[in-house]
Design a protein around this ligand. Sequence first.
Ligand code: GLU
Length: 268
Amino acid sequence: MIVTRFAPSPTGYLHLGHAFAAWTAARAGERFLLRIEDLDQGRAREDFVAAIFEDLMWLGLSWDEPVLRQSRRFEAYRAALEQLSHFTYPCFCTRKEIADEIARAAEAPQGPDGPLYPGTCRHLSGDERQSRMARGESYAVRLDAAKAAETVGPLTLIEHGEAHAVQPLLFGDAVLARKDMPASYHLAVVVDDAFQGVSLVTRGADLKPAAHVQRLLQALLGYPAPAYAHHRLILDKAGRKFSKRDSAVTLRELRAGGMTPAGIDAML
Ligand code: GLU
C-alpha cells in the first residue's frame, strides 16, 4: 500500500503551491496522512494550524487520522538522537565563528543551503567537550557525516522510480538538534516518516537535495527507505516561488474572491 503525506509548517496560510503539493500527495497515495510541522515554536501559530484543516477540507481533501504534530514528538526525536550518538558531536560554534572560519578558508565547499560547516568542533577532544558542556555552553548536535557515510557504505535512493546514488556528504555535518530545538527539520522528518509508515515522499523539488541526508539518517537509524517523487514548484508569473508573504495567492484569499477548488485545480 502506498502511504503518502502532506507536511505543512503552520507559519502562514496555505497558498497555491501548498494546494498543488497536497493534491499531489493525496492522489499518489492509497493512504494519505497529514503532519503538522510545528517544530519551530517561535513561528508556528495555532490559528494557522486551524486554517490548514479548514483549507484542506475546502479543497475536498480527507486524510487518515491521527494527524501527527511535531510539537508532541520531542521524546521520539530525543530517542533517535540518542541512537545516533556514535555519529554526532556537540558543536559550540556561533554563527559568527562559523562565518569567520569559512571566510578564512581558501575554499569553502558549498552545500544546497550555502557553505558547509567547516568541521571545527569535530576535532575537539573528549575532555574539552565535557568541560564546555559542564560549563553550560550552549551547543548544537551535528552529524559526523563522513563517519556515518563510511559506516553505512554506499546507499541509493529511489526518485520517480529510478535508483540514484546517495551523496551522503551533500549537507556536510548537518545540525540534528539545537538547545532550543530538540530536532532539526531533517531529523524530525526522518523519524516521523518512519513512524507514520510513509512509503512515498512527495514534496516540492526545492527539497530534492534533502533526500540525500535524510536517506543517510534512515540508514543509520535502521529505518526502511521511502521512495521519493519530488514535484515541480508552482511559480508566480515572474517565475518566483510563492511565499507566505504573498497574501494574494493564499487559498483563503482566493476563496474570498469567489474562486472554487475546481478553478484552482484547473489553474494549477
Ligand atoms: N514542512 C516542510 C515545508 O513546509 C515540508 C517537509 C517535507 O515535506 O519533507 O516545506
